[in-house]
Design a protein around this ligand. Structure first.
Ligand code: ADP
Length: 266
């Protein structure tokens, strides 16, 4: 997109001269559009839980207080929706912090086996509740230079998505392997894979899955407490470690999120 402005020069006698200046404003417009879409999305996402909290509280106040069963179930909804609101605000703040690069990453060597074990342990209770098997396959000798808190967040987001989008009886697995270039004995990158035997992602949705607030099934994401921001946070964090992420998935069979990260940050 080009913006044209005419700048008059000093006139000489009867003839006035102007200079035509062309500015390429494609990027500015695109950023403006992205920003206003983001604000609209955020407002919409905040409105839904607020409306639920308000609505159920109003119903209770206008007389439903005496039936204990109704009272309990409404209070549970109010609690769940405020917890979701809390997560949503945390995720929005996190995303804005990462995007503005306000907090620089703190790199240190991470022992991948013990780190992965601790991270998986954090989700054991959640997986058990849903009867999902959590597996891990990480060699003892692997290290990665990373910001440990951010790396934990990447894995937690992917693993908890795996648990959320896998029916009971299924499996979610984390593996970390060196990535050998063909014909080489050494490796520069590690490959981290989070895979599940869950519902999978339709082919048409795959290219958009890392966009903010993009969900394949809004109702399902909401009912499982999702904010629609988890994967876009993951992608940003992977990229801030100079890595790449992509997904392979087949509906009904499961998903594989694959991350490649350099062992040493240059
Ligand atoms: P949400 O909070 O909705 O889970 P995410 O950004 O983490 O948001 O994921 C975006 C969407 O991608 C989800 O709503 C879901 O539709 C899909 N998705 C993410 N991970 C998986 C997975 N492991 N299996 C199936 N679908 C997934």
């Amino acid at each position: 997109m080009v913006e044209v402005s005419l700048v008059p020069l000093a006139s000489r006698g009867q003839h006035s001269e102007v200079v035509m200046v062309l500015h390429d404003i494609t990027d500015i417009r695109r950023l403006e559009k992205m920003r206003s879409e983001f604000v609209a999305n955020v407002s919409h996402e905040l409105k839904t839980p607020i409306a639920a909290v308000k609505g159920f509280a109003e119903t209770l106040l206008s007389g439903a207080l005496h039936d204990e069963e109704t009272l309990k179930s409404f209070l549970q909804i109010i609690y769940d929706e405020s917890a979701r609101l809390d997560r949503l605000i945390m995720d929005i703040l996190e995303l804005s912090k990462i995007e503005s690069k306000r907090t620089p990453l703190q790199f240190s060597p991470v022992h991948m086996r013990s780190f992965s074990q601790k991270t998986v342990n954090m989700l054991n209770a959640e997986a058990e509740k849903k009867d999902i098997r959590l597996e891990m396959d990480v060699n003892e000798e692997l290290y990665l230079e990373a910001d440990e808190d951010r790396l934990r967040q990447i894995l937690l987001n992917l693993l908890s998505n795996g648990i959320n989008y896998t029916p009971p009886g299924g499996m979610v697995k984390l593996s970390v392997k060196p990535k050998y270039e063909s014909g080489k004995k050494d490796y520069d990158d590690l490959q981290i894979v989070v895979e599940d035997t869950g519902i999978g992602i339709p082919k048409k949705d795959l290219p958009r899955i890392f966009e903010r607030f993009y969900r394949v099934d809004k109702a399902r994401s909401r009912s499982s407490g999702g904010t629609g921001l988890g994967l876009s946070i993951v992608k940003h964090l992977v990229e801030s470690h100079q890595g790449i992420i992509w997904v392979e998935s087949h509906p009904g069979m499961g998903s594989r999120f694959i991350i490649e990260l350099p062992v040493i940050q240059s």
